[in-house]
Design a protein around this ligand. Structure first.
Ligand code: NAD
Ligand code: LMR
Length: 333
């Protein structure tokens, strides 16, 4: 019995994500909240012959709190997407306030839920959620995740394209660590489950890393003003939420890269900090999942010199992004 809730459920990501969650047989209740259109989206999805009972909510009459009541898992794709020429940080001004309000609702109505943040800039919106929860005394670092799965999905696809067999992409696993924007996206290609051809070194390696780091821009450019990745994000979001839900349901040994507060696992966090050579409150690494969220943060492990350089380049940007999120909440109260 799992209740999943999508906040921003009428949007470009929200609708297909809600569809995929409705198709998940482990989900028995699906709450949909948005500032528009959720009654229609819920009515539409409710005709699909799967177990989840679907209900749509709008802001009037405490709709947010009603949607969240009893939630086990809350996924947040609410907020504005990029247009060509914008960075994810350019979204902060609008999305920070939206995330702060939604986090306040979660703290009040579903303080024990596992919270999965998709809204950009993820490197800053996750700290916003944490700081709001701290204000309400409900912060449990084990229960908060920044969704970086799209970077993992892209890596699997691009690597299998290079290998020349897209059918492999469902099996190719490349850990992606750091954060979710530009240089903070660090694919550990040396740990890929499937080796790259030896021709992928030098500029070909750099081009692959660059494509993974800036894959989002590729979609923003192609959509030409109509937004950013929605369908691939819904797929990635459903994949990550599916893992969280399976772990919640008692399945063991589920591991996924995700952007987390390193205090979620004191020992694992300390080991990772040692590898990074610097204290960071948040970082995306392979994380083991359990019924209460994060059970273990795994270290980076053996990485190449080139990957160590990429990690080093990510750190100052992450420090800045985290600070931006923390300061926003400090100034708001
Ligand atoms: P969209 O504009 O299509 O949908 C956003 C939805 O949020 C809209 O339906 C809107 O009504 C709703 N919304 C706005 N304010 C709200 C509020 N206060 N409460 C509830 N809902 C609210 O945008 P999209 O393409 O779905 O993208 C959503 C966000 O996801 C963007 O910030 C985008 O940058 C981000 N994103 C993240 C990743 C990732 O990998 N983490 C990938 C793609 C997109
Ligand atoms: C992505 O990686 O596709 C998302 O973060 C959306 C964006 O703005 O690029």
């Amino acid at each position: 019995m799992v209740k999943a809730v999508v906040l921003g459920a009428a949007g470009g990501i929200g609708q297909p994500l809600a569809l995929l969650l409705k198709a998940n047989p482990l989900v028995t209740e699906l709450g949909l909240f948005d500032i528009v259109n959720t009654p229609g989206v819920a009515a539409d999805l409710s005709h699909i012959a799967t177990p989840a009972k679907v209900e749509g909510f709008l802001p009037p009459d405490d709709g947010l709190l009603k949607a969240l009541k009893g939630a086990d898992v809350v996924v947040i794709p609410a907020g504005v997407p990029r247009k060509p020429g914008m960075t994810r940080d350019d979204l902060f001004k609008i999305n920070a306030g939206i995330i702060k309000d939604l986090a306040t609702g979660i703290a009040k109505a579903a303080p024990k839920a596992l919270v999965l943040v998709i809204s950009n800039p993820v490197n800053s919106t996750v700290p916003i959620v944490a700081e709001v929860f701290k204000k309400f005394g409900t912060f449990d670092p084990k229960r908060l995740f920044g969704v970086t799965t799209l970077d993992v999905v892209r890596s699997s696809t691009f690597v299998s394209e290079i290998i020349g067999d897209l059918a492999l992409s469902k099996d190719v696993v490349v850990p992606v660590v750091g954060g979710h924007s530009g240089v903070t996206i660090v694919p550990l290609l040396s740990q890929s489950s499937h080796s790259l051809p030896s021709s992928v070194d030098g500029s070909a390696y750099d081009a692959l890393v660059n494509r993974i780091q800036f894959g989002g821009d590729e979609v923003v450019k192609a959509k030409n003003g109509a937004g950013s990745a929605t369908l691939s994000m819904a797929y990635a979001g459903a994949e990550f939420a599916g893992k969280v839900i399976r772990a919640l349901n008692g399945e063991k040994g589920i591991i996924a890269p995700t952007y987390v507060n390193l205090s979620a696992d004191a020992e694992g966090g300390a080991a990772l900090t040692k590898e990074l050579g610097q204290e960071l409150a948040y970082f995306s690494s392979n994380v083991e999942l359990g019924p209460g969220g994060i059970t273990k943060i795994n270290p980076l492990g053996k990485i190449t010199e080139k990957e160590a350089e990429l990690v080093k380049a990510a750190i100052p940007e992450l420090v800045k992004n985290i600070e931006t999120g923390v300061n926003f909440v400090a100034e708001a109260y």
